[in-house]
Ligand binder design. Structure first.
Ligand SMILES: *[C@@H]1O[C@H](CO)[C@@H](O)[C@H](O)[C@H]1NC(C)=O
Ligand SMILES: *[C@@H]1O[C@H](CO)[C@@H](O)[C@H](O)[C@H]1NC(C)=O
Length: 427
């Protein structure tokens, strides 16, 4: 009678065969992963453009931050990633303030404590792409600079400073301002204090942080150094949404109330609601350092969260349009053109400042300095045939005046428009 079960030696042979087959498959997958990005016939990986894979940079926790009370929402120390500069970039510094919206109430801030936006326990290594790339082909003007990505974990654009950690029976740290100061104290002795040129940048909520901290940054650096700032996708507008309410203002009022921000903006007039002082249009009025406003006229984040936020569209009429601009109907396009007009009106006072720059493309995107394809690649959006990277570099190095305002959608055939597969929440 044949054995019902394999005898032990046969079982071992079979296991060995399985193991060998598995190893072969693994090796093939590894070979494929290794070779495909360099294979000229393969399409480049979508997250990256350049001549090689993005550099991964380790996370550094800020030393002694807890003692200064400079901590993330959950009390963990803040963190950053530093990629040292080289060659003639070794005495130049580019800092990037991470974005990720804001939390307006304790429920939401509590949720953040279990993510990298509220706790360094969840932060990992970072890919340096776009303006942070060290690849000359992807980032021609800043590739060899010292580059630092500062992680965002305070929920209010690095501006809160609430002493008491007890909030309605739970513990929350609203210490963004102290985080900013602690990170600067750590970077200055590493070489930032001797920078010949320095550039503070940030995207989205990090773009707002850049408006907030630009002059502070200038003040930390040598008088004879060149210091400028770039706010990308950070010009949030104080406008009515499609239901006629000022959703964004009420959102900012909540953030300002929660983190007691009024005292952070003493220049803000007392007859204004506290959230109003948090809008870039107000913050930027006082800035004396040269700033570059990089903002698409149809910023996808703002269309989703400022123009047609939750609750403003009960019948979901905007669902397709807010994900893909080609799906907008004539009425919606008219509203989008009105939104663009509001942006142009709001920035008109800054256009007059001689040493400021701007690039307002008519594209459907968000955070163009942080995406290699949008920053500088054959598929990047252009105005007057210049990519975002070229326009920013031309302005930073005074190669020309850069005040680029694109014509209305759909006039720019070079637009790199995104099509969202699902609504995106935090960036
Ligand atoms: C808290 O904020 C979240 C996200 O912004 C929102 O969905 C929720 O309704 C808010 N909760 C309260 C109680 O306001
Ligand atoms: C646009 O710029 C590229 C280089 O980035 C150049 O090769 C091309 O000739 C320019 N096109 C026009 C129309 O100026």
């Amino acid at each position: 009678m044949p054995p019902l079960f394999s005898s032990p030696p046969a079982l071992r042979r079979r296991r060995l065969l399985h193991a060998a087959a598995f190893a072969l498959v693994l090796a093939a997958v590894a070979l494929f992963l290794l070779l495909s990005p360099f294979d000229g016939s393969a399409t480049p990986p979508p997250s990256s453009y350049g001549h090689r894979l993005p550099t991964l940079v380790d996370l550094t926790l800020v030393h002694g931050a807890r003692e200064k009370g400079a901590v993330c929402l959950d009390g963990t120390p803040p963190a950053y990633h530093w990629l040292p500069g080289f060659g003639h970039g070794s005495d130049k510094w580019l800092l990037h303030l991470e974005g990720g919206s804001w939390c307006r109430n304790l429920t939401w801030c509590d949720h953040r404590k279990t993510t990298s936006l509220g706790s360094s326990s969840y932060m990992e290594r970072a890919e340096f792409v776009g303006i942070l790339s060290d690849d000359e082909f992807q980032n021609p003007d800043f590739y060899n600079w010292n580059k630092v990505k500062i992680r965002y974990c305070d929920g209010a654009s690095f501006s809160g400073n609430v002493q008491d950690e007890h909030q309605y029976g739970a513990s929350f740290f609203f210490r963004g301002q102290r985080i900013w100061e602690a990170v600067m104290s750590e970077l200055l002795p590493k070489g930032l204090a001797r920078a010949k040129q320095a550039f503070l940048t940030g995207c989205s909520a990090g773009g707002l942080s850049t408006y907030i901290h630009c002059d502070d940054f200038r003040a930390l650096l040598p008088k004879d150094s060149i210091v400028k700032c770039l706010a990308d996708g950070g010009f949030f507008l104080d406008v009515e949404d499609i239901s006629g309410r000022r959703y964004m203002r009420s959102f900012y009022n909540d953030v300002a109330h929660l983190q007691d921000l009024r005292k952070r903006f003493p220049g803000c007039s007392s007859d204004m609601e506290p959230g109003q002082c948090f809008f870039p249009q107000e913050v930027a009025k006082g800035i004396t350092t040269p700033m570059f406003i990089l903002n698409p006229a149809y910023d996808v984040w703002q269309i989703e969260h400022v123009l047609s936020p939750d609750g403003s569209d009960p019948q979901s009429l905007w669902q397709n349009c807010r994900m893909d601009i080609t799906k907008c109907n004539a009425k919606q396009l008219e509203i989008l053109q009105g939104f663009r007009k509001s942006l142009l009106d709001a920035i008109s006072e800054f256009k007059k400042k001689r040493d400021w720059g701007m690039f307002i493309d008519s594209c459907f995107i968000h955070c163009q300095s942080m995406k290699s394809l949008a920053w500088h690649s054959p598929s990047a959006s252009r105005i007057n045939n210049k990519t975002v990277a070229e326009a920013v570099g031309d302005w930073f190095f005074d190669r020309r005046e850069v005040k680029e305002i694109d014509c209305e959608y759909p006039c720019n055939p070079t637009c790199y428009n995104v099509v969202l597969e699902r609504p995106f929440d935090e960036e």
